[in-house]
Design a protein around this ligand. Structure first.
Ligand code: FE2
Length: 200
């Protein structure tokens, strides 16, 4: 049976690249410990099972909504979500989206500010741990939120970018002020170019 281990994808920037919005200390722990632990756990859980050798996305879709596979799903989806999150941020982020994305945002939300407000509200109102997403549903852009490790992938909706709102994403830098983390990320780090690339 194939046992190719899953690996921690490289960060797309240095650990201090997002400082001061997200400190190198937060990234170091979030990426180097949390994200890595999901990879290590998944590899342990699938060794010598029928899921060994499958891609991450195959594992996520095969284990979604299966209570007896929740541990595997949670670790696999958290690997995927975190890799997507790192790419949703950039030290050159914030500002105006590229033209094609901007037009889609205006068609779906009216204007960029309304889109950003909806994203911030989703990030703020996700009770407990989870994720706030900009997604494409058919031809329309929408904002959605998911709890814990859940992702819109399980529902066939295409994710464009994501904000991690687990406390481990912001607590060292912002303590309990999730609103300050969310607003700073949206204004200064959000990688609209990545979202446009994901329109496909
Ligand atoms: Fe996280």
């Amino acid at each position: 049976m194939s046992n190719t281990p899953h690996t921690l994808p490289p960060l797309p920037y240095a650990e201090n690249a997002l400082d001061p919005v997200i400190s190198a200390r937060t990234i170091g722990i979030h990426y180097g410990k949390h994200h890595k632990t999901y990879v290590d756990n998944l590899n342990k859980l699938i060794t010598d099972t029928e899921l060994a050798g499958l891609t991450l996305q195959e594992i996520i879709s095969k284990t979604a909504s299966q209570a007896n596979k929740a541990g595997i799903f949670n670790n696999a989806a958290q690997i995927w979500n975190h890799t997507f999150y790192w790419n949703s941020l950039s030290q050159e982020g914030g500002g105006e989206p590229p033209l094609i994305l901007k037009q889609k945002i205006e068609n779906s939300f009216g204007d960029l500010d309304s889109c950003k407000k909806e994203l911030a509200t989703a990030a703020m109102t996700q009770f407990g741990s989870g994720w706030a997403w900009l997604v494409m549903n058919g031809d329309k852009l929408e904002v959605t939120k998911t709890a814990n490790a859940e992702s819109p992938l399980s529902t066939g909706i295409k994710p464009l970018l994501v904000i991690d709102v687990w406390e481990h994403a912001y607590y060292l830098d912002y303590e309990n002020r999730r609103v300050d983390y969310v607003n700073a990320v949206i204004e200064k780090l959000i990688n609209w170019g990545f979202a446009e690339d994901n329109l496909g």
